[in-house]
Design a protein around this ligand. Structure first.
Ligand code: 5GP
Length: 175
């Protein structure tokens, strides 16, 4: 499949994705028994994952969507990230972050810090994909559907320049 200037091939078919999503949902159903967690899905990339995951959750639960903005600072502090759109009171509540991919982990580390200021009961990370070789920070990723090598991927919600989010399979760039 060609998207803009790059060629992509299927690396994780839909059947494997859904199998791993169901496995993780089962773990969450077991671990959170008796609780009513708030799922916080990070837009845009996690919309498809969040939809499939939540269909497998049998607990009473809420879902809310947030977005991380990312822009270069005017000084040399690097990228500044800010969480926007949190309109649910998470004070004293168990929170599960639903993310498409943890790469360096910097986005997630920043989000954890922001959420902790709201005094939730607990915060767990649930990611569709993890690139373990690229992690730059010490992150406790409790729920992970699939670990992948350090290659650019697209599909099932993830984009290349906003394109390609609408595929059922996950694709890897062909170098
Ligand atoms: P991190 O802060 O962990 O380095 O970056 C996480 C974000 O980078 C993800 O939410 C996603 O938007 C983007 N990202 C990282 N790796 C990939 C990739 O292989 N493909 C796509 N489409 N986005 C990626």
């Amino acid at each position: 499949m060609k998207v803009k200037d790059k060629e992509f091939r299927v690396s994780i078919p839909e059947s494997e994705i859904l199998k791993q999503v169901a496995r993780v949902a089962k773990e969450i159903n077991r671990d959170y028994e008796g609780e009513t967690p708030v799922f916080l899905a990070v837009l845009n990339g996690s919309f498809m994952f969040a939809a499939d995951l939540l269909r497998e959750i049998t607990l009473p639960c809420e879902i809310s969507f947030v977005k991380m903005t990312s822009y270069e600072g005017v000084n040399s502090t690097g990228t500044i990230r800010e969480m926007i759109g949190l309109n649910t009171d998470i004070t004293g509540r168990p929170v599960i972050i639903v993310e498409d991919i943890v790469d360096t982990g910097l986005t997630m580390a920043h989000m954890l810090e922001t959420l902790k200021a709201h005094n939730p009961k607990s915060v767990d990370i649930c990611t569709l994909l993890l690139k373990p070789d690229k992690l730059k920070v010490n992150l406790d990723v409790r729920y992970c559907c699939l670990e992948i090598p350090n290659e650019f991927i697209l599909g099932y919600g993830l984009d290349y320049d906003q394109l390609g989010r609408n595929t059922r399979d996950i694709y890897t760039v062909v170098e």
